[in-house]
Every structure is written in structure tokens, then in C-alpha cells.
Design a protein. Structure first.
Length: 127
């Protein structure tokens, strides 16, 4: 992936890229939005723990295609409160590759269960 951060626009506000160019011939994997729920159905209370679990779930999906979190080129994330933004961004920065992917973060009114605080979807690319 080649990050696209033109000098003619404002720099990213955090560790992400404004755009991501994928070389020809790459395979793409689109991950549905993952919530912070473990395989046993447990839901952590903490937003950071939920975000970490979202990325763990995405890692498992990508592994099915022979990819890793380092192959992520695009992240869309949703949090239920502005207070959860920092926890999400810390988790994102800990889990994505050295080159920051394109990223969007939105504050939403809620998810299917009130316990959920974070949802993350991703696109990955690899040969």
C-alpha cells in the first residue's frame, strides 16, 4: 500500500492516511463490522478492550485469507460516545501496520445491544 497524503490538504488529525493506493494484482478482503464480542458471547465493559477484541476478530477473518492486520488498507470505525474515541484510536494504532491505513471514525447513537461501544470494519489487500 502507498499512503496518499497530498501536501495541498490538511494533514491527517491522527495516525491514518487520507488515502491508500493498492498495487495492481492485489487480492482484497472486505471484513464486515466486528463488535467487541468474544466467541463465548462475553462483551468487555471497557471500550479499549472491545476495540482490541474487534481487531482480534478482524485478524481471525484475515488469517482465513492468509493475511494479517498489517495488510489493512482501510478502516471504518464507529463509537457510541466521543469519550471512546481515544481508546479506539489507541487500539487502532497498536494493531494496524507501520503504514497507517485510510481511516474514518464516526460517533453513532448505538448498536444492536446497548453494551456495545465500538464497531470496526476493515479492507485488506495482499498479493
Amino acid at each position: 500500500m502507498t499512503p496518499l497524503n497530498p501536501p495541498s490538504i490538511h494533514a491527517p488529525f491522527a495516525r491514518y492516511s487520507h488515502g491508500a493506493e493498492i498495487p495492481a494484482g492485489q487480492r482484497l478482503v472486505f471484513c464486515s463490522g466486528q463488535l467487541g464480542v468474544a466467541a463465548d458471547g462475553s462483551i468487555p465493559e471497557d471500550a479499549r478492550a472491545q476495540a482490541d477484541l474487534c481487531f482480534a476478530n478482524i485478524a481471525a477473518i484475515l488469517a482465513e485469507a492468509g493475511m494479517t492486520l498489517a495488510d489493512i488498507v482501510r478502516v471504518n470505525a464507529y463509537v457510541t460516545d466521543r469519550a471512546h474515541m481515544k481508546s479506539y484510536m489507541e487500539s487502532r494504532d497498536a494493531h494496524v501496520g507501520a503504514v497507517p491505513p485510510a481511516s474514518t471514525l464516526m460517533i453513532v447513537s448505538g448498536f444492536t445491544l446497548p453494551e456495545f461501544k465500538v464497531e470496526i470494519e476493515a479492507v485488506a489487500a495482499a498479493p
